[in-house]
Design a protein around this ligand. Structure first.
Ligand code: AHR
Ligand code: AHR
Length: 485
């Protein structure tokens, strides 16, 4: 049995069931998600290995070998065709052509479930999915429940990393027009105990943690690496629950009346489904989604407790974020370009500009030092790395507006994350040696790429000039060797 079999038994069936990691019904054998590859735009559906089982990640890896892949559809397993696809513009525009949001990288959130590899949905700022033509999702004041498994260590304070019920027209249509799980540190509306992140309810024009529309000490800061978050709402009642998705049980953080603010009782839910964005397509938030469902009817606590036991039994665990040649922490390295134009060039810097420069054994010692990097444990995630400049200790390569820069570490969360990169098996091949591509941890569709000898984190075929698909694999691949100095 899976979570949706449990909700069925409880009389509150799933009306949407989304997961890129596993089937959510014991008998489900259909597609979980679709990926689209950068090399030719072809797509493939990824299905469970067996009925009710874990996603066939190997079929994705084979299909995406030597190129980039995006998650283009997250299928609804409930049979109601409530699939999630690239979100369109609304009150706010996304970064892609015509104001659409970005699609997530297919490789940003690797995990294992009971030892079997799978991939979650890594939402960077700008990424969003939506369904505006839902079938069977609660509207008006009708009761519903939902849960999602998130990465409790991946969040920010932007609006709004949400999963759940939202407007059908991508606009803020007023208080009570949404009912979605929120996860993060946004405190512009409500907040909980400590400094967050918190599980809250996005009910439109407000993130709520209890009856008080502002702070409620009963909603704890919660950072489990795998986080179960639960929200349910019916006529003048609602609840927030949560716990560790890898062990133990759920706790109830709020259970009571609708917030003490006008417009939220009765609710005016519209029944569209969002993932990674606010109801009006606010696109500033980040987070990671592994699985989630929405139900018809108000699930009992005991039904949710049984779902939590099923999630724990699924055996979520971390998987490596890196692959290919190891970049050892503490080592001194150079990164050589492999594109035919540029094989004499290495990743270097001139002041705060990060670029490629022609470097050889006979170069000046200054230039050699400018092209030598000390590998550090990733400032924003210790499973990846950061690159400290040999000649400017305390300064690291970071991206800003997707341009690489050399900046002093200011100690902020944003700097740490912008300076964290995950080396992986190179996208392009070279006779110069084994290659690596260097993925931006926080924007896993993006890789170190040289373009006109300046360096960026670029996405394959994205909207910037430096994202050009032509020569992408070669420009985004490097031979990592010993440092020059
Ligand atoms: O309720 C918080 C946010 O406010 C909603 O997600 C968005 O639609 C509005 O900007
Ligand atoms: O490089 C992309 C983003 O640009 C960085 O994350 C942020 O610091 C800046 O706004």
């Amino acid at each position: 049995a899976g979570p949706c079999d449990i909700y069925d038994s409880g009389g509150t069936p799933c009306v949407a069931a989304h997961s890129t990691t596993r089937a959510l019904y014991g008998s489900y054998t259909g597609p979980l998600y679709q990926v689209k590859r950068g090399s030719d735009g072809a797509t493939i559906d990824i299905a469970p290995l067996s009925a009710g089982g874990v996603a066939n990640a190997a079929s994705q890896d084979t299909f995406c070998a030597g190129t980039t892949c995006l998650i283009s559809i997250i299928y609804d397993q409930s049979g109601r065709k409530n699939h999630l696809t690239q979100a369109p513009p609304g009150g706010f525009k996304g970064p892609e052509a015509n104001g659409y949001d970005n699609l997530a990288s297919a490789v940003g959130a690797p995990v294992t479930l009971n030892g079997k590899k799978a991939y979650g949905v890594f939402v960077s700022p700008g990424t969003g999915y939506r369904n505006n033509a839902p079938n069977g999702i609660a509207t008006g004041d009708a009761a519903e429940g939902m849960y999602a498994v998130f990465d409790g260590t991946h969040f920010n304070s932007g609006c709004c990393f949400d999963y759940g019920n939202a407007e059908t027209n991508n606009l803020d249509t007023g208080n009570g027009h949404m009912e979605a799980l929120y996860f993060g540190t946004n405190s512009a509306w409500g907040s909980g105990a400590g400094s967050g992140p918190w599980i809250m309810a996005d009910l439109e024009n407000g993130l709520f943690s209890g009856a008080n529309p502002k702070n409620n000490g009963g909603d704890p800061s919660i950072t489990h690496r795998f986080l179960t978050s639960v929200l349910k709402g019916g006529p003048n009642k609602w609840a927030i629950r949560g716990g560790n998705a890898a062990s133990g049980s759920l706790s109830t953080f709020y259970d009571g009346a609708r917030p003490n603010a006008s417009g939220y009782n009765p609710m005016k839910k519209e029944g569209a489904i969002i993932l990674g964005i606010g109801g009006d397509n606010s696109v500033s938030a980040q987070g990671t989604f592994y699985e989630g469902v929405m139900t018809s009817g108000y699930p009992s606590d005991s039904t949710e407790n049984a779902v939590q036991a099923d999630i724990v039994a699924a055996g979520y665990a971390t998987a490596p974020l890196t692959s290919g040649p190891t970049l050892s922490v503490g080592s001194s390295v150079s990164l050589r370009a492999i594109t035919a134009c540029c094989t004499a060039r290495y990743l270097a810097h001139s002041g705060s500009t990060v670029n490629t420069q022609i470097v050889s054994g006979s170069s000046s010692s200054n230039l050699k030092r400018q092209a030598t990097w000390t590998v550090r444990s990733g400032l924003g995630n210790s499973n990846c790395v950061s690159f400290e400049s040999l000649d400017s200790p305390g300064s690291y390569i970071r991206h800003y507006d997707f341009v690489l820069q050399l900046n002093a570490n200011d100690g902020s969360k944003a700097f740490a994350e912008d300076a964290t990169f995950c080396p992986q098996t190179g996208l392009g091949q070279s006779s110069l040696g084994t290659t690596s591509s260097v993925r931006a941890w926080g924007y896993p569709t993006r890789f170190f790429r040289h373009y006109a000898n300046v360096t960026y984190v670029a996405s394959n075929g994205g909207v910037h000039e430096f994202d050009a698909a032509s020569l992408f694999n070669d420009d985004a691949s490097w031979v990592v060797g010993a440092g020059f100095a």
